[in-house]
Design a protein around this ligand. Sequence first.
Ligand code: GDP
Length: 194
Amino acid sequence: MNFNEVQFEFAAGTKEQLPKSDMPEIVFSGHSNVGKSSLINKLVQRKALARVSAQPGKTATINFYKLREFRMVDLPGYGYAKVSKNEKKRWAELVEGYFAQERNIKLIIQILDMRHPPTDDDLEMVDFLYKSNYPFAVVLTKRDKLNKTNQKLQLEYYQDIFSTIEDLPMIEFSAQDGYGKEEIKALIESHILQ
Ligand code: GDP
């Protein structure tokens, strides 16, 4: 499957602006600054398709990137403390509006920082995905920032936390050295072709 023919399609700031769901969608979700843009850029081998944010919490739109066989849907990063109440409300309405639509969602990739425990927002998101019966996977990112011992420990820690979720794919990733990239691409491909 071709991941390199990709173009930025649209940024939706309100649910009314969301484009029609006329292609399979792969959704990327995570706390602001977790490394979501870096993951997307790595998958499509582009430096700045998704903007790697110098200012966390800036991207409050849902961004759509079009590939040949599917779309990547980049949800705005959540949980940035300095965002105003109004902005948080807008975020919630936008994201809830997205999930409330009849969309052709093939897989949601929930990104977590491998170094740290999940935040309450992370757990809420996972709980929502699980209870809504969405096909989802966890990507544990920033792996390169841990030494070998801690890579093992943190993977076990996360496996333990989500042990009640059956068949949950959990992939370690590093945007720095590309670790896990092929596995994530293969997972996406298998869900698109399903
Ligand atoms: P986003 O807000 O979730 O889109 O996060 P970004 O992709 O903008 O990344 C936030 C910061 O973390 C940036 O400084 C990135 O360079 C850094 N970063 C992201 N992924 C990795 C990774 O796998 N390894 C390392 N070492 N740094 C990363």
